[in-house]
Design a protein. Structure first.
Length: 393
């Protein structure tokens, strides 16, 4: 008696993933899909939340008579459009190529102007509390600005607030008592230089660390280049190609993705070296490498396997397509001359092609390609020989 199959239950992880999918899509729509844009838009939205809190505090202050009544409306009318424009520019990616892609300097300048306006609108007894926001702007800029930008923002804050204090205390001494404005300016002048210096030093350390990290990455890239590339031709070397072959073999074992290997040997290369010199021989190797990388598909990988031998890895390729590609390469080389002699040297090659389509060791596929290459050379060179398929065995 056959038992009915029980319906498979959906795993909790998959169920949770399905439930959270709309939120992920919403996050991508609001923040962006790439990491850099998401980080910048998060910072902008954080600033927008801070502005919203400050505008709410300004509205409450106006209701309590601590701020002039028109100030909250004017702040909201300027902050909301400004941040919508900044968010749209950053989220769209139009600022990516700028030196300040998050537009932090314009944001800081706008913040200083808004704080200076709020300072002028708050009543005489509570105006000093606004100065705390100046310190917040300077500290926030420490983590994004260059040393010069950080210092410039701090100096601008002092000049903007100090100038406002001087002008307003003379224009309306009752609402802006000169003595109190002087005390506030002195307190600001005593604290702001320390903040400016701290911001400058932190930005300098950040810049130096970023430079060191970039130089380290460049050094690592250079080391990787030396470790994986042939110095003469710029192609992958044998060790790097072996790693790539192992990776390709794992894909074959997991997904059955067959691939072709073409082992190539330049014809009469020893004669080129003997008759024209090793420099011409080097030029011949570089000419072949250039032609191979230009002629073959982007998915194909060419490596210098040793001496005048090259190995080509062709994913998702059968023997017929592989030999067609090699014939195309041979045709391109026939139009290429090497050497400074009047006639020049025409390059040719022989190749052996083997397709890895059966679960066998990779060394066996390479041996099959090597035997096919030997047959091509024995048959007169300048031709491609396919190794017999193991499926027919």
């Amino acid at each position: 008696m056959k038992h009915a199959k029980r319906p498979q239950r959906e795993s909790p992880a998959r169920h949770t993933s399905v439930l959270l999918a709309p939120f992920h899509r919403l996050g991508d729509a609001v923040l962006g899909t790439d990491r850099a844009t998401r980080a910048r838009t998060r910072a902008i939205l954080l600033c927008a939340v801070m502005y919203a809190i400050c505008c709410a505090a300004a509205s409450l202050s106006a209701e309590l008579g601590l701020m002039r009544a028109f100030a909250p409306t004017l702040l909201e009318a300027t902050c909301v459009p400004a941040y919508l424009v900044i968010y749209a520019l950053v989220r769209s990616g139009r600022t990516q190529k700028l030196s300040d892609p998050a537009l932090m300097v314009p944001q800081n300048v706008f913040a200083l102007l808004a704080i200076a306006f709020a300072y002028t609108a708050v009543g005489p007894n509570d105006r000093g509390a606004v100065l705390v926001l100046i310190a917040l702007v300077v500290v926030f800029g420490m983590y994004t600005h260059t040393p010069r930008q950080s210092a410039a923002i701090g100096v601008m804050a002092m000049l903007l607030l100090g100038g406002s204090m001087v002008v307003l205390s003379r224009w309306d001494p009752v609402y802006y008592p000169p003595a109190r404005e002087l005390i506030r300016f002195e307190l600001m002048a005593g604290t702001m230089p320390a903040l400016i210096l701290s911001g400058f030093q932190l930005a300098s350390w950040r810049t130096r660390l970023s430079t060191q990290r970039r130089e380290l990455q460049e050094a690592l890239d250079q080391v990787h280049q030396l470790a994986t590339r042939d110095a003469l031709t710029g192609l992958l070397n044998r060790r790097a190609m072996q790693d790539l072959l192992d990776e390709q073999l794992r894909r074959f074992e997991r997904h059955g993705e067959h691939f072709a290997l073409a082992l190539i040997d330049l014809d009469h290369f020893k004669r080129i070296n003997d008759q024209h010199g090793h420099r011409t021989g080097d030029d011949a190797l570089k000419a072949f490498a250039q032609a191979a990388t230009t002629c073959l598909r982007e998915t194909d990988t060419v490596a210098r396997w040793g001496g005048e031998e090259f190995l080509v890895l062709m994913p998702h390729t059968g023997a017929h397509k592989a030999t067609t590609a090699l014939q195309r390469l041979r045709s391109m080389l026939s139009e290429t001359t090497v050497g400074a002699t009047e006639a020049g040297i025409r390059l040719g090659f022989s190749s052996g092609v083997a397709v890895h389509e059966v679960a066998t060791p990779l060394t066996q596929t390479l041996e099959r390609a090597d035997r096919a290459l030997y047959q091509a050379k024995e048959a007169g060179r300048g031709r491609d020989v396919r190794a017999p398929s193991l499926r027919a065995v």
